[in-house]
Write a protein that binds this ligand. Sequence first.
Ligand code: CUA
Length: 175
Amino acid sequence: MQEIAWYITVVLIGLLALVFLRVLWTSNRQASYEDVARRAYSFRGKLFWLAIIAGVVITGATLIPWPHATFAAAGDAQVVDVTGSQWQWELSKAELRAGQPVEFRVRSKDVNHGFGLYDQSLRMLAQVQAMPGYTNVLRYTFAQPGEYHILCMEYCGVAHHAMRATLTVLPADQK
Ligand code: CUA
């Protein structure tokens, strides 16, 4: 991803440099104002429609796995009550089943914590705030069995880094 971003940046810098060079080369050329204005307005109109079309296409393409659509279908969810406090996570259950939605009901006993759900290689899967006085709901369905980790994502004091817990996700057909 970093590499792609780097190439895109270089290409855009190159394009911008070309614009500057063109301006430099044509800056002493005489032209009528009407002519320049007409071309600029036409260019702006095209740019407007290009932006609209790109916006619609990108929005459609990136929102197809609409995250909120899965929320309603969580009737048979496995519920886990999660309470964060300095500096631990209390879980009402630490064994879950793959393939069935999980509803984490997350709160805090003291200060704000961040409930971060990670896979075995510590790639983040989902997160929600753990706040005193509120219950925040996070729904997630584990596709694969295995060990998963919960790490605190909000600095909450000297032992913030030690505020972690482990979840075991069993295969779908196993109790
Ligand atoms: Cu709890 Cu950081």
